[in-house]
Design a protein around this ligand. Structure first.
Ligand SMILES: Nc1nc2c(ncn2[C@@H]2O[C@@H]3COP(=O)(O)O[C@H]4[C@@H](O)[C@H](n5cnc6c(=O)[nH]c(N)nc65)O[C@@H]4COP(=O)(O)O[C@H]3[C@H]2O)c(=O)[nH]1
Length: 537
């Protein structure tokens, strides 16, 4: 899952993502187009198959109307000359049926063309017994020799005592060339007789069930239909090669249109994904869901060489578990006016961490960064309240950065109110940005943190030379001094040698650590926790 999310959010995978989306869109659209085409082919086949049956519907109607006519007109005694005369008149009707018989209980006694038979012809059991809705029984392919039609076979239909020879009805010769067909004469669901066309196709079609789209994967389309009597049925088959051969130009157009459409859909999807999975969207979506975590960078007290404090540095855990540094998300927080809420989260997280992990009896200075726009004791004091209780083992320092938007007068008022509430205030990144010597003197701050560019500067560079002057300057102001960005032991020793720096912070001492390694660090480099309660005077 993380892998998939990683692909979705990584900027480096944009090209692969586009291709993947195009493929998905292409397959889905192709599937949709195939589905529509398959339904269309099926529909056409259904229509054509039904069309093939129209002759049989007509035939059935003729047979039934002839039976009705016989029932109505035959009044003379059976097989009498007058009866045969009546029969002949009916045979002359223009319905194509002209061999009419009298055949009670399947025994033919007379017919239009043969007159009264010398002896009744017993036809035996019918192939299809008389059934609803037409009440007709059928003898299929019986030898018509007894009617003087030697060597001929035919279908005999019987209703009541009357019967007729059903004229053969071939499949239309002009069926579509992309379809093969079989005509069957159906006795029951399981038994039928091949009459014409591709033998075995009807059975094949019955076994091929499923939706039209399944036919595409099978490569063959089938369709069956029966006349309304369920006696004549036609099965049709068409395979993909036949269809493609017929419509290759259409296929090419479908492929082209689908490719272009897929590119457009992929583009839209990509936009949506980019919007939804953009860093900013992910960050805002997950901000409240425990995704903000804290790292603690030890502050080394140069007076006793012990780590007696830390700076709390916010981190954000991305959806794939990646830990993101603050320079990526702080601008988002500021842009969306979430500064106060974010500081609250960081403070609450750090308080829970530190109280849960720190050994009892250990006193710790905890430095927090605040946003300059939140420099308002009315907002900040409630946020830091958990750290400010009477028996709290923490000394909280808020580090503020000077900005053009805050006047020294406003800053001074707020700093005093923060200090009155028990917070210490340091100016952060002194020597960079808007910090000024005037403010150093005017503001009633507790300390100053030198911008890390001083300590990180290479030996003998202008900045490293200025480090000494900056230390002198802060020393002269009487403020506590923190030098951050200390990356080497030489620099650390040099700072110690000045005797003017209170705290040092930097990768040379320790990188920012999560709580468990931080507590382990303190166990090695921090003060011993007090084991006995302090006596209070
Ligand atoms: N190259 C180098 N870097 C060192 C060294 N020692 C410390 N650093 C880095 O310098 C930054 C020190 O914090 P900062 O100046 O307050 O600068 C912080 C601070 O201004 C801001 N920030 C971090 N957490 C918070 C927060 O919870 N609230 C607010 N408002 N700002 C925060 O983000 C800035 C960057 O924080 P990080 O990326 O954690 O970067 C940290 C730390 O990892 C070193 O020896 N070499």
């Amino acid at each position: 899952m993380n892998r998939i999310i990683g692909i979705l959010i990584a900027g480096t995978h944009a090209r692969g993502r586009r291709i993947g989306l195009w493929l998905v869109a292409f397959v889905v659209l192709m599937f949709g187009a195939t589905w529509i085409v398959a339904e269309q082919v099926s529909l056409n086949m259904r229509v054509e198959t039904q069309r093939s049956l129209t002759g049989y519907e007509r035939l059935r109607a003729n047979v039934l109307s002839t039976f009705d006519e016989m029932d109505r007109r035959l009044v003379q005694p059976a097989c009498s000359p007058a009866f045969l005369d009546e029969l002949r008149r009916i045979a002359f009707l223009p319905d194509g049926i002209n061999e009419l018989l009298y055949a009670p209980d399947g025994r033919v006694e007379c017919s239009v063309n043969s007159g009264r038979l010398d002896a009744p012809e017993d036809l035996g059991e019918p192939d299809i017994a008389a059934q609803y809705p037409f009440g007709m029984a059928f003898w299929v392919d019986i030898d018509l020799g007894f009617l003087g039609l030697d060597g001929m076979v035919g279908i005999l239909a019987q209703r009541g005592s009357l019967a007729m020879i059903v004229p053969p009805q071939p499949l239309p010769a002009t069926g579509p060339r992309w379809m093969e067909q079989e005509l069957i004469f159906r006795f029951s669901d399981e038994v039928w007789l091949h009459r014409q066309g591709e033998a075995g196709l009807y059975a094949e079609a019955l076994s091929a069930t499923g939706p039209a789209i399944a036919s595409v994967f099978r490569g063959v389309f089938y369709e069956t239909a029966c006349d309304s009597g369920g006696i004549h049925c036609v099965a049709s088959r068409s395979d993909l090669t036949q269809l493609f051969g017929l419509g290759w130009a259409t296929l090419a157009v479908i492929l082209l249109v689908t490719s272009v459409l897929a590119a457009w859909v992929a583009q839209q999807l990509h936009r949506i994904i980019e919007r939804y999975w953009s860093f900013e969207a992910r960050f805002l979506r997950r901000l409240d869901k425990g995704s903000v975590v804290c790292a603690y960078q030890p502050l080394l007290n140069l007076k006793n060489d012990l780590a007696t404090g830390c700076e709390v540095l916010a981190r954000w855990r991305d959806i794939d578990g990646t830990i993101v540094p603050p320079d990526r998300f702080l601008p988002i927080i500021e842009r969306h006016g979430l500064t106060e809420r974010f500081t609250s989260m960081v403070v609450a997280y750090a308080y829970a961490d530190l109280t849960a992990y720190l050994p009892k009896g250990l006193r710790l200075q905890v430095n927090f960064n605040i946003f300059p726009q939140d420099l308002d004791a009315g907002k900040l004091v409630p946020i830091f309240a958990p750290f400010l209780t009477k028996d709290s083992p923490f000394d909280v320092v808020v580090e503020i950065v000077e900005t053009a938007e805050i006047s020294p007068e406003t800053a001074q008022v707020e700093i005093e109110r923060l200090r009155a509430a028990g917070l210490k205030v340091y100016i952060d990144d002194f020597g960079a940005g808007y910090s000024s010597m005037q403010n150093l003197a005017a503001l009633s701050i507790d300390g100053v943190k030198l911008d890390r560019s001083f300590a990180m500067a290479p030996d003998h560079s202008v900045m490293s030379t200025m480090l000494g002057y900056a230390i002198d300057l802060v020393q002269a102001s009487g403020r506590s001094l923190v030098v951050e960005g200390v990356e080497t032991m030489d620099r650390l020793n040099a700072l110690k040698a000045t005797g003017m720096v209170n705290f040092a912070q930097g990768y040379g001492i320790s990188r920012p650590l999560f709580i468990a390694p931080f507590v382990a660090y303190l166990a090695d480099h921090g003060p011993r926790p007090l084991t006995r309660p302090r006596l209070v005077a």
